[in-house]
Design a protein around this ligand. Structure first.
Ligand code: CA
Length: 224
């Protein structure tokens, strides 16, 4: 799940980024509305967290423009104060949810999980395919009831593949979910993580689609 965070308060942005990464989200941060629009157009984030009070183009204008350009993914707005006018304007401009500052990070994470469910990719707390159970709250993964220990990136990779089961994920798609902009990514990194993940998962669970990417197949009748 790739989140774009638009927030001009750098201390707050860093705190949010840390918390989201720890919770298994990939997050990119920009601090201006103009840059946010470019990022929305080029990177198509799964979820947008948008501060309304920004220097230059403000959050509402970003939101209206993005919605006019058919950006349809969930948007959570951050309002500076618990102002009804801000909230109403934000919701009218196409926001799905709002959070008034100051807020607890735990609440932000809960709202994001709700938006994630609305996206349809994660319908419940657990994603279950065959013997593999991934708990999106505790970040625990079990195989046939046994806990397996995954690195943060292995977890993000497995979650990306499981939430889009039956759809082939290209290396580029997986890269963008695993790494934020500016992070050093070596060219074979997804392959390395897949290699390590496979050792911890049932044989054949992650399938390679030669020259394209990877897929996890979900059989009919499997719990989701
Ligand atoms: Ca602000």
């Amino acid at each position: 799940m790739q989140v774009l965070l638009v927030e001009d308060n750098l201390a707050l942005a860093q705190a949010i980024e840390r918390a989201l990464r720890a919770a298994g989200f990939s997050v990119n941060h920009v601090d201006r509305g103009e840059t946010a629009l470019v990022a929305i157009r080029t990177a198509h984030p799964d979820i947008l967290i948008l501060d309304l009070g920004l220097p230059g183009m403000d959050g509402l204008e970003v939101l209206r423009t993005a919605r006019n350009e058919h950006f349809s993914n969930p948007v959570l707005i951050l309002t500076a104060r618990d102002s009804t006018r801000d909230k109403v304007a934000g919701l009218d401009a196409g926001a799905d949810d709002y959070l008034a500052k100051p807020f607890e990070i735990a609440e932000l994470l809960a709202r994001l999980r709700a938006l994630e469910r609305r996206l349809g990719s994660v319908k419940s707390k657990n994603i279950v395919i065959g013997d593999v159970n991934l708990d999106t709250h505790s970040l625990e993964v079990t195989v046939a009831g046994e806990n397996v220990t995954l690195s943060r990136r292995e977890y993000m990779l497995l979650k990306s593949l499981m939430e889009s089961a039956n759809k082939v994920q290209t290396r580029e798609m997986l890269d963008s979910k695993l790494y934020s902009w500016g992070e050093e990514v070596s060219s074979n990194t997804v392959e390395v993580h897949i290699h390590n993940l496979r050792k911890k998962l049932p044989v054949g669970f992650i399938q390679t689609v030669r020259g394209v990417g990877y897929v996890i197949k979900k059989q009919a009748g499997t719990d989701v």
